[in-house]
Design a protein around this ligand. Structure first.
Ligand code: 13P
Length: 261
């Protein structure tokens, strides 16, 4: 695993003009970085335009959500084939804000994952406990249930990223202690190995999300079992995202040396 994986989640932010200006600069700065897998999850509305701007670069453009069916009378929803048709390559699935505000459960997350895989959209599936669950000592059982329920459709050919995003760390500026992040990632990795075997486990990268900043990304990306990070609020500002990317790459270079070019 040599590339440092960085994904963003812009949520419900920016106009089309702001988005295009941001991406023109982003492509110049990070469009072809060795050792970086950069996935920009942005509002679906802008994906077509942004995919054109990113063409020829190594940046992959993703959605923040997906509907688990192909076509039909589902007013306002956007399906995997629709996303793929505008150049969307990745989808964020089961984000905690989808779970919190739109009542998405693990079973629905599993169906969204299946749909993404069927249409060649690369999934980043978010899991993580609430503050109450953690305080009640239920973090591991929640993660175990999420792994069990969300990933039922997986076959050994599939590849995906899993983002561990403790819900209480999102948008709060508060993150778990570093050993706690490592512990959660190790647990998820062990659950995957237990269910799908060691060989398949290498198809899955584990990312951390929740209040990641340029200040903490070096430490987080240096942890064992952490293959990359997700930036929310920070990613709306190109300077913040760029500094975060540099820190993530530096951590990876120091801890996971690249093979010779
Ligand atoms: P923040 O970085 O703003 O906490 O958001 C993270 C997030 O939602 C990643 O999916």
């Amino acid at each position: 695993m040599n590339n440092c994986i960085v994904f963003t989640n812009w949520k419900m932010n920016k106009t089309l003009t702001e988005t295009e200006e941001f991406f023109k600069k982003l492509v110049e700065l990070h469009g072809d970085r060795r050792g970086l897998e950069l996935i920009m999850c942005i509002p679906s509305l802008y994906i077509g335009s942004v995919a054109s701007l990113c063409r020829g670069s190594s940046i992959r453009v993703g959605s923040e959500n997906i509907y688990p069916g192909n076509w039909g009378a589902y007013t306002g929803e956007i399906s995997a084939p629709m996303l793929a048709s505008v150049g969307c390559e990745v989808a964020l699935i089961g984000h905690s804000e989808r779970r919190k505000y739109f009542h998405e459960d693990d079973e629905l997350v599993g169906r969204k994952l299946k749909s993404a895989l069927e249409h060649g959209i690369f999934p980043i599936v978010c899991i993580g406990e609430t503050r109450e669950e953690r305080d009640a000592g239920r973090m591991f059982s929640v993660l175990e249930r999420q792994v069990e329920t969300c990933f039922q459709c997986l076959t050994t050919e599939n590849r995906l990223h899993i983002a561990y995003e403790p819900r209480w760390a999102i948008g709060t500026g508060v993150i778990p202690e570093y050993p706690e992040i490592e512990e959660a990632h190790r647990f998820i990795r062990e659950e995957i190995v237990k269910r799908y075997g060691t060989a398949f486990s290498t198809n899955i990268s584990l990312l951390y999300g929740g209040s990641v900043s340029p200040e903490n990304s070096f430490a987080i990306c240096s942890l064992e079992h952490v293959d990359g990070v997700g930036y929310g609020g920070c990613s709306l500002d190109l300077d913040c995202l760029s500094r975060g990317i540099e820190e993530s790459i530096r951590a990876f270079r120091d801890n996971h040396p690249l093979p010779p070019a």
